[in-house]
Design a protein around this ligand. Structure first.
Ligand SMILES: C[S@@+](CC[C@H](N)C(=O)[O-])C[C@H]1O[C@@H](n2cnc3c(N)ncnc32)[C@H](O)[C@@H]1O
Length: 347
């Protein structure tokens, strides 16, 4: 089959952990975004690590589709022998001869034995937790950490105990549960970063179908790490009025809460704009996501408003979403009928 510019051999079968070598066509968007982001960042001659490679599709596409000065070397790692066999085959059919290495180790061992990388992509089954410490330890100054989490049910509130255990925070299952979930994930990654005096700032975040994805930029230093921690707060939410507020405390009469979670920006606005201007409209889903984020990244609010729910609360008909959009209120990729704005939209 073909994905992007890569020709690939893959194993047929239901997409699950049990596949001989994992390949998920639904994650094409995840790879498309990674390529676009790396081509827009401006970082040069990066050493790139793919500790959980699977079929090799991501690395092969990086070799074929990243601008030539973006990377110096790409290292493919997977502990499965079958995966390594397939990566080698896929590299061969794409006639790639240089700028890569292949490693067949446990991901943590691979990272810890390395000299470090400028870009590390953690793309596991489920939670990224087992790989956070080693990747953050080996992430270079100014480097980028990309994290995928597919255990969204824990993060978005279907299983609060799992969220507490794995992500050290209380989720909240409501209309903006996926934004809350992403912010809880971000804080967890940042806490591990802070323990190693690394400040991890999200530069691009999104959710799609069954997963969350966040790209972090790494800066070193105690003070910078402390500054990140100052933005970990609670999000209070009143289920009757839908009002919400960011707070240092988690108790207010009539309010439920989520957190602690990251209350800073989810995107670097300039990067999101550059990604929009540089992207090629290869498919609608990719185009829609990039366009929505280009607008919503300008609104600095935690959570968004669900128009259907808001109309019900106000006991009014649902207004046309377009009639409420302006420079302080945009659509959001999190929800088709959601509005991102600081204050509740007036209608
Ligand atoms: C979700 S798949 C990766 C998909 C791939 N990144 C892509 O874009 O198609 C996870 C991969 O991680 C590998 N894996 C899981 N745990 C690992 C570990 N501890 N060390 C190394 N590889 C591991 C599995 O063999 C599998 O190939």
């Amino acid at each position: 089959m073909k994905e992007g510019k890569a020709d690939l051999k893959i194993y047929k079968g239901k997409i699950s952990k049990k596949l001989k070598v994992f390949y998920n066509p639904a994650m094409k968007l995840n790879r498309d975004i990674s390529i676009l982001l790396l081509n827009c960042l401006g970082n040069k001659y990066m050493q790139i690590a793919l500790p959980l490679t699977g079929s090799g599709v991501r690395g092969i596409r990086f070799l074929l589709e990243l601008d030539k000065n973006v990377y110096k070397k790409i290292v493919f790692n997977d502990y499965s022998n079958k995966s390594i066999e397939l990566i080698k085959h896929n590299i061969k059919i794409n006639e790639l001869e240089k700028d890569y290495e292949i490693s067949n180790k446990d991901a943590n061992l691979f990272l810890l034995e390395s000299k470090g990388f400028d870009y590390i992509d953690i793309d596991p089954f489920g939670t990224p937790n087992p790989f956070l410490e080693s990747s953050i330890l080996r992430l270079a100054r100014g480097g980028i950490l990309a994290v995928t989490a597919t255990d969204t049910s824990a993060l978005s509130g279907s299983s609060p105990k799992a969220c507490k255990r794995k992500y050290w925070a209380k989720p909240l299952k409501n209309e903006f549960m996926h934004e809350t979930g992403i912010r809880i994930l971000i804080r967890k990654v940042q806490l591990i970063g802070a323990a190693f005096e690394k400040a991890l700032t999200p530069i691009f975040s999104y959710t799609d179908q069954h997963y969350y994805r966040v790209f972090f930029k790494c800066k070193k230093g105690k003070k910078k790490a402390d500054k990140i921690l100052q933005k970990h707060k609670y999000l209070l939410y009143n289920p009757k009025t839908l009002e919400r507020e960011v707070s240092d405390f988690n108790n207010k009469k009539g309010y439920d809460y989520a957190g602690l979670l990251w209350t800073g920006n989810l995107w670097d606005t300039k990067l999101a704009e550059k990604m929009y201007s540089k992207h090629q409209i290869s498919n609608t889903q990719f185009h829609n996501l990039i366009s929505l984020i280009k607008d919503e990244c300008k609104i600095n609010s935690v959570g968004y408003w669900d128009l259907h729910k808001l109309a019900k609360t106000k006991d009014k008909p649902i207004p046309k979403i377009e009639s409420l959009l302006n420079k302080d209120a945009t659509r959001t990729h999190f929800l088709g009928w959601g509005i991102k704005s600081k204050n509740s939209p007036k209608f």
